[in-house]
Design a protein around this ligand. Structure first.
Ligand SMILES: Nc1ncnc2c1ncn2[C@@H]1O[C@H](COP(=O)(O)OP(=O)(O)O)[C@@H](O)[C@H]1O
Ligand SMILES: [Mg+2]
Length: 247
């Protein structure tokens, strides 16, 4: 619905914007049923609205990646509830979770996980291929326009392995956007880049957020970048200690 509205200013903002992600009392334990069972998330409440650009910060081992994996439907909470775009996920089987993930969530990781033998274009098409089966011109056109958006039009036929780290991460951002997700999860997306490339990838995500209203949740250790997000969520020892409510 809001997608039909072209002007960013016309989009519902703040409290009027739809809730893209809602977690309630989410707990996660590893090693259940073993002597080393440990709870690493201790009751997370979190809501993100459409268009929010959020940093997730916290010490190493505080549970950031665990939380991102749960939000990204790559792992299930031990207890508590998770809704993506209003859909409760608790009762969904793996196939339904995979469909919801493909439709609603894009991922950017610290290490881009591109298929290095494939071209930039083929990598960006991957999420669409997974969803629709075989490549067609519409898919190629979409991937090409996304590569143009991230500044890599000239490189679309280059093998991923021939691109620089910063360029590869731009391909990963384009790939994350291929299915027009409402939410992009980025786990230390600039952690492996030099300052200049990190700045470029951060600005790219920021611009995409403003242009499309895509919600971003970005794990970072870089406080300068975190301070440029709209909202900073801080996790310490598996608990949110700041930023849990939408601004
Ligand atoms: N698969 C796993 N099995 C057991 N413990 C895990 C697993 N993944 C993470 N942990 C533990 O959970 C805690 C949180 O880890 P993680 O979510 O990776 O934190 P962060 O991303 O903030 O560094 C750590 O103590 C880590 O050792
Ligand atoms: Mg981590």
């Amino acid at each position: 619905m809001a997608d039909a509205i072209a002007a960013p200013g016309a989009r519902p903002q703040g409290e009027d914007a739809p809730v893209v992600l809602a977690l309630h009392a989410v707990r996660k334990s590893y090693g259940i049923g073993t002597p080393v069972e440990t709870e690493v998330l201790h009751g997370i409440d979190l809501r993100l609205r459409r268009g929010e650009f959020c940093a997730l910060i916290g010490p190493s081992g505080s549970g950031k990646s665990t939380l991102l994996n749960i939000i990204g439907l790559l792992d299930r909470p031990t207890s508590g509830t998770l809704e993506i775009e209003g859909t409760p996920t608790g009762g969904l089987d793996d196939a339904a979770l995979t469909r919801l993930r493909g439709r609603s969530i894009g991922f950017v990781f610290q290490y881009h996980y591109l298929i290095t033998a494939f071209s930039a274009l083929e990598n960006v098409m991957m999420p669409l291929l997974v969803e629709r089966g075989r490549p067609d011109d519409a898919m190629r056109g979409k991937a090409a326009s996304l590569l143009a958006r991230v500044g890599l039009e000239r490189w679309k036929d280059s093998r991923a392995s021939h691109l620089s780290g910063g360029q590869q991460q731009r391909v990963a951002v384009a790939r994350a956007l291929a299915a027009d997700p409402a939410l992009v999860l980025a786990d230390e997306p600039t952690g492996n880049l030099d300052t200049r490339a990190a700045e470029g990838v951060f600005e790219l995500m920021r611009d995409v957020n403003r242009e499309r209203g895509t919600t971003f949740l970005l794990v970072t250790h870089n406080m300068a970048l975190a301070s440029r997000c709209d909202r900073t969520i801080e996790l310490v020892d598996g608990r949110i200690v700041a930023g849990g409510q939408p601004i």
